[in-house]
Design a protein around this ligand. Structure first.
Ligand SMILES: Cc1cc2nc3c(=O)[nH]c(=O)nc-3n(C[C@H](O)[C@H](O)[C@H](O)COP(=O)(O)OP(=O)(O)OC[C@H]3O[C@@H](n4cnc5c(N)ncnc54)[C@H](O)[C@@H]3O)c2cc1C
Length: 289
């Protein structure tokens, strides 16, 4: 029988105080990662602290040059958000292919990144948008960390025990930028990413790349940026030949392993074929921006 207390704080401060009080207490947002792990007896917390009733974690709004997404915003809310559709199409590409509508109605963005699966679908889009993680401490102080520094390893993130993620902060892309995300799945219906590829390209009037960010999932212990590819694309026109060369470079930046999601060699081949495809969509979106 599953045996744990379930607490429902009404504020951030209350949630953090409860977390400090219990050594084997765990935050739960949508519960779509936590509950299956409890059922499989992978984890056995004494206390679950629900974040669902906390309004400070819920907003999705523009703040000057940034968009702030509360960690408790659900995947379904992201999918339907006009702000996400307008400024962050790669994030929208990612969430519409995640799980089922029923799961997306409760699963949150915060849960997806704190769960820190190497294949977390929101990670590559958030990396290409240079997202920062707004982290709040039990004493009320807040710190910001680039998402690049947040993932430490599979299921490991740079959060202290007395901290939680309040929001993700995304700078609005400049004009002339386009982005896209796609994942390769073994099945057509609801599946985890075998490989996820996110690309953001910023082009000048002549079509020359002035900035690129590449995010990859499921090809290393953490979601990662392909920085050598980003460097290679800068100053070049991302035509088909350049993108083919870029995809070969990307293959040298990853360290996939054989696992349930696929064989390492196959993931490398998927990166090589998906990167140009996704980059072409990003290029098209940049040109029509
Ligand atoms: C059937 C099914 C299909 C799925 N498909 C996909 C998929 O296609 N792609 C994908 O990436 N994932 C998928 N998932 C995994 C899961 O749905 C996502 O990772 C989801 O976004 C997790 O969010 P949650 O709110 O449910 O997290 P929870 O399960 O509530 O929490 C996950 C972890 O994050 C911590 N946490 C949550 N919020 C915070 C916070 N604000 N601050 C600090 N810690 C926090 C919790 O303590 C826990 O460790 C699937 C899951 C299921 C069951």
């Amino acid at each position: 029988m599953l045996n744990f207390d379930y607490l429902k704080p009404a504020s951030l401060a209350e949630a953090l105080a409860l977390r400090q009080a219990g050594a084997r207490a765990l935050f739960v947002a949508g519960g779509t990662d936590v509950i299956p792990l409890i059922k499989k007896k992978v984890i056995s917390p004494d206390v679950l602290i629900s974040l669902r009733g906390i309004s400070e974690l819920k907003g999705l709004y523009e703040a000057s040059e940034q968009v702030v997404v509360g960690s408790g915003v659900t995947l379904r809310e992201l999918e339907k958000s006009p702000l996400v559709g307008r400024f962050f199409p790669a994030l929208r590409d990612a969430v519409i292919d995640m799980a089922s509508v029923q799961i997306r109605n409760v699963a949150t963005l915060g849960g997806n990144i704190v769960n820190a699966s190497p294949g977390a679908d929101s990670a590559a889009p958030l990396l290409i948008y240079a997202a920062e993680v707004a982290i709040v401490r039990a004493d009320g102080r807040e710190r910001r960390l680039p998402l690049d520094d947040f993932f430490l390893g599979p299921k490991r993130v740079a959060l202290e025990e007395d901290e939680l993620v309040r929001a993700l902060v995304l700078p609005k892309p400049r004009p002339g930028c386009g982005s896209a995300y796609a994942k390769f799945m073994k099945r057509k219906a609801m599946d985890l990413a075998n490989v996820g590829v996110g690309v953001s390209l910023c082009l000048d009037d002549g079509g020359v790349c002035r900035g690129a960010r590449i995010g990859l999932a499921t090809v290393a212990p953490t979601p990662l940026r392909a920085r050598r590819v980003e460097e290679f694309l800068r100053g070049r026109v991302p035509d088909d030949d350049v993108l083919r060369e870029a995809s070969l470079l990307a293959a040298g930046e990853i360290s996939p392993i054989d696992d349930l999601r696929g064989r390492a060699w196959h993931k490398t081949e998927v990166v090589k074929s998906y990167l140009p495809r996704v980059a072409k969509i990003a290029r098209q979106r940049a040109l029509s921006d």
